[in-house]
Write a protein that binds this ligand. Sequence first.
Ligand code: ADP
Ligand code: NA
Length: 350
Amino acid sequence: EFNKLVFSGVQPTGNLHLGNYLGAIRKFVALQEGNDCIYCVVDLHAITAQLVHEDLRGQIRSIAAAFIASGIDPEKHIVFNQSAVPQHAELAWVFNCVARIGWMNRMTQFKDKAGKDRENASLGLLAYPSLMAADILIYRGTHVPVGDDQKQHLELARDIAMKFNLDYQDNIRTSGLGTDIVVGEEPVHAFFPMVEPLIDGPAPRVMSLRDGTKKMSKSDPSDLSRINLMDDEDAISKKIRKAKTDPDGLPSETEGLKGRPEADNLVGIYAALADKSKTEVLAEFGGQQFSVFKPALVDLAVNVLSPITGEMRRLMEDTSHIDAILKKGGERARVRAEKTMNEVRDIIGF
Ligand code: ADP
Ligand code: NA
């Protein structure tokens, strides 16, 4: 059996929003208790879609600040940025040779981000999931808290791990570095574990406040579509008051949210922020109008987010503290990553 290890990452590309917080960072915080966790600012991923970023270093710091402000303990766990540990890119190269082009071509995120002019997308954008698999597996990570949009990439990480394990089966045995696991029905002598996505919870995919069929995203041109982690109380209040809803009130059971994406989204957001289930939220607000629910949601969102916003601002005033955390985290991560990479070199025969 592999030791349980939690790994996840966030790209330093633009302002963090409520989707990132509820889909990812809030779960990172909750998983700290009783687990070994590694949380990464994935700056190598940031240049796949867009090469030049204004103040990339500042963006990296601000994601790290969001982690710390949300309650991640960088002493007990590891917080660092990806480019500080070159072994991620080294293992990604191996995985580029394990993965098949067809697997990459099927990724919906690649299709979305590449758009119509696919021939002109960067090779890095195509290979993104291979680097993501390396991010996790360089620590032999077993559990990955992410939003629902990352599900397909994690399936690919399992495919890559499985193919590596099978292709190098004999070498893994002779190296003495493997572990017996069962995948499906099949016994495998594995070097890499099969990662498990942690996607559940009431808000696995936070939707745009303007259009319940699109996910809340950094790249949405409408600022009203998302709540940013740095928004003040006025902005949060305005965005929630203006959030699109249908004319009906809240149902008393989750059944009644079917076919009502905007209502479902707001109830999910409330539930995630309150650490409740949607059923519990509806037990409280069922039968009420949105004119009652929305102000309650504003209060809750402000209560949860404003301490984080305040702490992020404080941390960003003097960046030496964040820089020290990233430096130390990078050093700790590098030791662990180099151990795995050494073993991988051994297995391959380099
Ligand atoms: P983005 O998708 O905003 O560009 P990242 O790719 O860095 O940001 O994603 C960081 C984390 O936030 C990932 O775990 C991703 O699944 C999660 N995430 C992003 N958007 C949403 C959303 N709308 N709802 C839930 N989780 C999300
Ligand atoms: Na994403």
